[in-house]
Design a protein around this ligand. Structure first.
Ligand code: FAD
Length: 491
């Protein structure tokens, strides 16, 4: 072949190789409507975008403690006088109406974000409406960081305590274990301090208590040093996941943050996995101000391009696994890594919504669980976009605990069309997955859709009825309520 022909052939191959993914990415971007979901006056919704509900009133908390207490007491009085229920909201990323009661009062705590740092004891005192991103920005100036939080920075402190969220910080239980104490306003407007020494029963009930015991005001959180972390990544056959986890994470004293991911394209469905971890380095961590966010939209489009597309799913897996190789050895600060916003995966299609599930499985049944969910997921019409895996250590703090022994959390993200047909399919899918979870001695996470059958919920949470009795002990008028409570309180 002549040199000229060779150049033309290579150029042709390169262009065609790049053309298909480029077209796919552009098509994904062009098909987005960019229409903001409508806020209908007098109605609220949560992150499911399937819970639009009429309410009596919405109250926004002020960002001043004295004023907050005064106004909250007035609101509670107003609700009692008018026989209304009160629901408490943070960022509303729960998905089952956990922040909403029909015709009720909603107290949105987001504006309340007063903060103070005790640098001697490493304790952050923080208003419950603050988001993790507010806390991270504040702590970064002192070279400190959050000990335990979810995978995104977009959740409120009050919401995170009330679902007892967990993250991907190595060898740690849920967020409750980093809580030293908090203050709570009860149904009578009294302020109660709760800790492992004071009002212990209330402390345990409020953590993972879904806003049913009162309003969390200020929280004392244990914090840690900000660190410089080096990114590492390994790709493997899923059957080797636990072996790799032990080698690269458990036996690695420098590993600080870690998550796994399973391949979700039909090709090699759940057969390949990656382990992504960050190792501590003895360097000065970057300041948050120097974070490079230039590729955030590209990452989002690649992710959205996997919706309803086998090609998009393969492309995402290939790009992420090859891009990961390129970024191996990059150094980030802990705060930079924890500071991802949920907009990184934002769905701009108003005809569908992204729904999360999470199942916590003990190590002894890790592989069996994956084998069991495979056929159920393949048979379902609901589009599975992502599975990440995190290890969660035993939670000895919350009453409604889901990590009763060390477990692996499988986080499944689906895209569901906003139709009755897809809703029914999702209900069926969820209950099938919960059955598998029960047979593998696991638990499921409560902040998502209220699709799990009431009996199954009690099988997984045998403490549920005692929890609801405790709720009545502390709030006999059932002033604090939400759709989760209304649905599950009676068998
Ligand atoms: C994309 C996405 C990713 C997620 N990733 C993770 C993850 O990595 N790990 C994880 O554990 N969870 C995760 N979740 C679940 C999420 O963490 C929780 O659902 C929770 O919603 C986060 O806080 P929020 O501010 O959104 O709480 P909200 O949804 O606003 O509230 C949750 C509950 O807390 C109560 N509440 C809120 N504020 C207060 C207060 N001040 N006092 C008393 N009660 C209050 C509410 O009444 C409600 O019952 C994820 C959710 C989404 C949508």
């Amino acid at each position: 072949m002549k040199k000229k022909h060779l150049i033309i052939t290579v150029a042709f191959l390169i262009t065609s190789f790049l053309a298909i993914p480029t077209i796919h990415i552009l098509k994904t971007k062009w098909s987005e409507t960019d229409i903001e979901p409508k806020n209908i006056k007098g109605y609220v919704d949560d992150e499911s975008h399937l819970n639009c509900t009429k309410i009596d009133s919405l109250f926004l908390a002020p960002n001043n403690r004295k004023e907050l207490i005064k106004q909250l007491r007035e609101i509670l009085k107003y609700a009692k006088k008018n026989n209304l229920k009160v629901s408490i909201a943070g960022a509303q990323h729960s998905m089952g109406g956990h922040t909403i009661t029909e015709n009720g009062v909603i107290i949105n705590m987001l504006p309340y974000k007063e903060m103070e740092l005790d640098t001697i004891n490493d304790i952050l005192t923080i208003g419950s409406g603050a988001l993790w991103k507010d806390a991270i920005a504040f702590l970064d100036k002192y070279n400190k960081s959050i000990a335990i939080m979810q995978a995104f920075n977009s959740f409120s402190i009050g919401g995170s305590l009330s679902v007892n969220g967990h993250g991907w910080q190595k060898n740690l239980p849920p967020v409750s274990s980093s809580v030293i104490s908090f203050t709570l306003m009860n149904a009578d407007g009294e302020i109660i301090t709760c800790s492992r020494k004071q009002n212990v029963e209330l402390f345990k009930s409020v953590l993972g208590g879904y806003g049913l015991f009162g309003i969390i005001l200020d929280v004392n959180l244990k914090i840690v040093d900000n660190t410089a972390l080096e990114y590492k990544y390994v790709k493997m056959n899923t059957n080797n996941y636990l072996e790799y986890y032990e080698k690269f994470v458990s036996n690695n004293p420098d590993a600080e943050l870690v998550f796994g991911r399973l391949r979700v394209s039909r090709k090699k469905f759940l057969e390949e996995a990656t382990l992504n971890f960050f190792e501590k380095r003895n360097l000065k961590p970057n300041s948050l101000e120097n974070t490079d966010n230039s590729n955030v939209e590209f990452k989002r489009i690649i992710f959205r391009g996997s919706v309803d597309s086998e090609y998009g799913k393969r492309l995402r897996w290939d790009l992420e696994t090859s891009a990961n190789k390129v970024s191996i050895n990059n150094i980030y600060s802990r705060n930079e890594i924890l500071n991802d916003d949920v907009s990184l995966i934002e769905n701009k299609d108003t005809g569908s919504t992204d729904i999360l599930h999470e199942y916590f499985i003990p190590e002894r049944n890790f592989y069996q669980f994956i084998e069991d969910i495979k056929p159920i997921l393949i048979d379902s019409d609901i589009d599975l976009l992502n599975i990440t895996i995190r290890r969660v250590e035993t939670d000895s703090d919350s009453y409604m605990n889901y990590a009763r022994e060390p477990v692996y959390g499988f986080v499944l993200l689906f895209n569901q069309k906003k139709t009755e047909e897809q809703e029914n399919k999702m209900i069926k899918l969820t209950n099938n997955l919960v059955d598998i979870t029960i047979s593998n001695e696991g638990t499921y996470y409560l902040p998502y859709r209220l699709h799990v059958d009431k009996n199954k919920m009690r099988k997984v949470y045998p403490q549920a009825d005692d929890f609801f009795k405790l709720k009545l002990k502390y709030d006999s008028l059932e002033l604090f309520s939400n759709k989760f409570y209304e649905y599950y309180k009676k068998e």
